[in-house]
Design a protein around this ligand. Structure first.
Ligand code: GLY
Length: 390
């Protein structure tokens, strides 16, 4: 071997070692970005353990972290991020921290105040179960599923999402609710009790029937008459207006119906996931790097905030969708989204000490809440997408 080949061999080996250490080993990526990400990962270990202070988002200008108790819908994501980092890196410190944070979500398995029991319990205990095959994790998941089923109305064929705004809605069901079905499907698998799965299938079928438009985009909120099951209103809370296309809602739909196909093999679910994915991927208002504006119909585009969380939910969903369809365009688009966020533009600068990875998500634009800032669930679905890519 001559001297030049030897140097290339050494450089190649060094990049491989770096890539494996960061857990992002599936492509020759931007090493600088990977190093920054690795520094950011470690900041999750420094965040003080406190059951009332789950990190949710941050104001990047003031460095103020928004901390929430377990009843908040986002409370399970931080433990989930630690479990996922353990699986990506093999570093036991992430597992040790995850073990401390996960129990804080346990009491949410009996909280029937909203449909979010799925997010809270499954993103924490569901991730724990992937690492530790423990009966107590399974018990929390089954309890959570039991609680979620108390919100199911057979006349509507759906789980009720929210209890607020009673003067406006009779029985609101939001597209996000599709994500909670994973808790139900998994609980039936673990327990052998078909009840949870039956509720999940009825919910998915009702959503399929009423939540989508002819172009495969979806409404955010469908309000039902709880006595007759009739649709009262097709509307929004977090979108620009009732007829607009809230970006994260489209991502919840693609992910939710792909996941529901995993458990049922119902081709109608796959068809809907593909239709909404195509709507998203080919939209004329999608920026070049694939990271959507928070709503595809915001009239302020291109001067409108992006939503990285929508992109990361979509990336993770598309990797799974690729697995069932073998349509390479889904994998290529997910790869593009991951490559886009692995850059200075989206990774938070290491000078900012906080337990978050990615900037530029938008939580609730109509309420002017969490606009263009780091939000915990963008990181969760980013890490999940990396694991799926691997
Ligand atoms: N599930 C609430 C949201 O997506 O903002």
């Amino acid at each position: 071997m001559n001297k030049v080949s030897f140097i290339f061999l050494i450089l190649g080996f060094a990049s491989l070692v770096t890539a494996c250490r960061t857990g992002i080993n599936s492509q020759p990526q931007n090493t600088a970005a990977n190093n920054i990400l690795e520094t950011r990962y470690k900041m999750l270990l420094d965040y003080p353990v406190d059951s009332m202070s789950m990190p949710r988002s941050m104001n990047i200008k003031t460095n103020e972290i928004r901390k929430v108790p377990s009843r908040d819908w986002t409370s399970g994501f931080f433990a989930g991020n630690l479990w996922q980092l353990y699986r990506l890196t093999g570093d036991s410190r992430y597992k040790e921290q995850a073990q401390k944070w996960t129990p804080f979500s346990k009491k949410e398995s009996v909280n029937s105040n909203s449909h979010d029991v799925g997010f809270k319990v499954f993103c924490s205990f569901g991730e724990a179960l992937k690492v530790e095959n423990k009966k107590e994790h399974e018990a929390v998941i089954i309890k959570g599923a039991e609680t979620l089923c108390t919100r199911f109305n057979p006349k509507v064929g759906s789980i009720r999402s929210w209890d607020f705004n009673k003067e406006i809605w009779d029985y609101p069901v939001i597209i996000d609710n599709m994500m909670n079905l994973e808790l139900l499907f998994e609980a039936s698998k673990i327990s052998g009790n078909p009840k949870y799965r039956d509720v999940a299938v009825q919910h998915a079928n009702t959503t399929l029937k009423n939540q989508f438009r002819a172009d495969n985009s979806c409404y955010h909120v469908i309000d039902y008459n709880p006595n007759t099951g009739e649709v009262r209103k097709k509307t929004t809370l977090q979108g620009y207006n009732d007829d607009s296309v809230w970006a994260r809602g489209q991502a919840w739909a693609v992910y939710g119906f792909t996941m529901s196909y995993r458990y049922t093999k119902d081709p109608a679910y796959l068809k809907q996931a593909e239709g909404t994915a195509q709507f998203f991927m080919t939209n004329k208002n999608l920026p070049e790097d694939g990271i959507p504006y928070w709503d595809f119909k915001d009239p302020s585009i291109p001067n409108s905030p992006r939503d990285v969380s929508a992109a990361m939910v979509m990336a993770s969903g598309l990797y799974e969708l690729y697995g069932y369809t073998k349509n390479k365009s889904y994998r290529a688009f997910a790869d593009k989204l991951i490559a886009s966020v692995q850059s200075d533009k989206y990774i938070i600068n290491t000078a900012i000490k906080a337990p978050f990875l990615l900037d530029h998500s938008t939580g609730n634009w109509p309420k002017n809440d969490e606009i263009d800032e780091p939000i915990i669930y963008a990181d969760y679905y980013y890490l999940e997408a990396l694991l799926r890519k691997k």
